[in-house]
Design a binder for this molecule. Structure first.
Ligand code: NAP
Length: 348
């Protein structure tokens, strides 16, 4: 067999606080010539693209190093003794960030996988990291199952990190599928223009032009006299502003709090919110994770999102980095705001 080498993104220096960068990671090469699908259930996966996602930040703070990083990938099956995954299948999965890997039945049972063969090609496989991947499932589940927009009521939705992968899809689904009025918050004019002009949001707010939750709430009030739903990606000032503009029967889906991820403790300071406002207004704040939607355990993410994507009701900007060596730079972009949309590292 021709010799082949696998490459793995490896955390070699812990990052208790501050921005992640190339100095914290090493790309470790290994001979992969001996990887063969020898037993029933085995397959060899050639990774086409890898994701970089904010949630990976907390795992870099503590623990032993060196250790391989893991996350969401899309790969092509290049050898198989597994009838569920024949050669040329395209797989979305949560796996180590290793360019070529052998998976067996035991690993596959423990791993979240989704079959992208009927939905993407090798050329557009990065869709499986975005619209048809983890952020798509997050936007889908968080909006539809947690916030539950009422199509008939023309409700108003506010979303933070609105030019990002999750936030931009939440806004588009709310607008184009659920008939909502959508207000998005993001950093800088390029992003505020993008969300209104390209994604069709009704209003945009540049949160970098305000410094207090009261000012942010005032900006929201300039767009609408109140909000029915808030999709939380950021935390802190955004949450307070959303609570103070939330209408009776309003809902908040707590998806992420990226404004705190680079802090040493990673925990948010106490918000100054009077929760008694929630009692007679029947308001609801609910956290959630994307996994049940991504795995198909809840609802019908892959089928629904691919239809809405084909109908151009939802899409996602992609921010490409080429070569596994660029993974640390791609990861850093999430925390400087250098990315627009889904951060994808292409290997092939
Ligand atoms: N619950 C779940 O299952 C789940 C699943 C996926 C993602 N999430 C969460 O969803 C959120 C969005 O994830 P994503 O993958 O779509 O990332 P993203 O929004 O595409 O990228 C991150 C963006 O966050 C913004 N940001 C960074 N630091 C910030 C700060 N201090 N204050 C305000 N905004 C800041 C930046 O945009 P600006 O330039 O606009 O600042 C940056 O581009 C994250 O909180 C993530 O942890 C949760």
């Amino acid at each position: 067999m021709a010799s082949r080498t696998s490459k793995t993104v490896t955390l070699t220096k812990l990052i208790p606080s501050g921005l992640p960068s190339k100095e914290h990671f090493t790309i470790v090469e290994e001979d992969a010539s001996n990887l063969v699908a020898s037993d029933d259930g085995d397959l060899i996966l050639q990774v086409i693209c890898m994701s970089a996602d904010p949630y990976l930040r907390s795992g870099c703070k503590t623990g032993e190093v060196p250790r391989p990083m893991s996350g969401f990938v899309v790969g092509k099956v290049i050898e198989s003794k597994n009838c569920a995954w024949p050669v040329d299948s395209l797989m979305g999965a949560a796996l180590p960030f290793t360019s070529i890997q052998k998976l067996n039945d035991i690993v596959l049972k423990k791993t979240i996988t989704w079959n992208l063969t009927d939905y993407v090609t090798e050329e557009n496989a990065t869709l499986g990291l975005g619209v048809l991947g983890m952020p798509g499932a997050t936007a889908y589940g968080g909006l539809i199952d947690v916030l539950r927009p009422d199509k008939k009521k023309n409700e108003t939705l506010f979303v933070s990190s609105a030019a990002g992968a999750v936030g931009s899809m939440v806004g588009q689904l709310a607008k184009n599928v659920f008939n909502c009025t959508v207000i998005g918050s993001c950093g800088g004019e390029t992003k505020t223009t993008l969300i209104t002009e390209k994604f069709g949001f009704d209003h945009s707010i540049d949160y970098k032009t305000v410094s207090t939750s009261a000012d942010l709430a005032a900006k929201i009030k300039e767009c609408s006299d109140g909000i029915d739903m808030y999709f939380e990606n950021v935390g802190g000032m955004h949450f307070e502003a959303a609570m103070s503009t939330l209408r009776p029967h309003g809902r908040i889906a707590v998806c992420g709090c990226i404004s705190r991820y680079n802090d040493a403790s990673g925990t948010a300071p106490l918000n100054t919110i009077d929760i008694s406002q929630m009692i007679y207004t029947f308001q609801r704040v609910e956290g959630f994770v994307c996994m049940p939607y991504l795995s198909g355990a809840k609802m019908n993410f892959l089928k629904d999102m691919s239809e809405w994507h084909k109908e151009m009701k939802v899409g996602c900007e992609q921010c490409f980095y080429d070569g596994i060596e660029e993974w640390p730079t791609a990861f850093q972009a999430l925390f400087t705001g250098a990315n627009v949309g889904k951060v994808c590292v292409r290997l092939l």
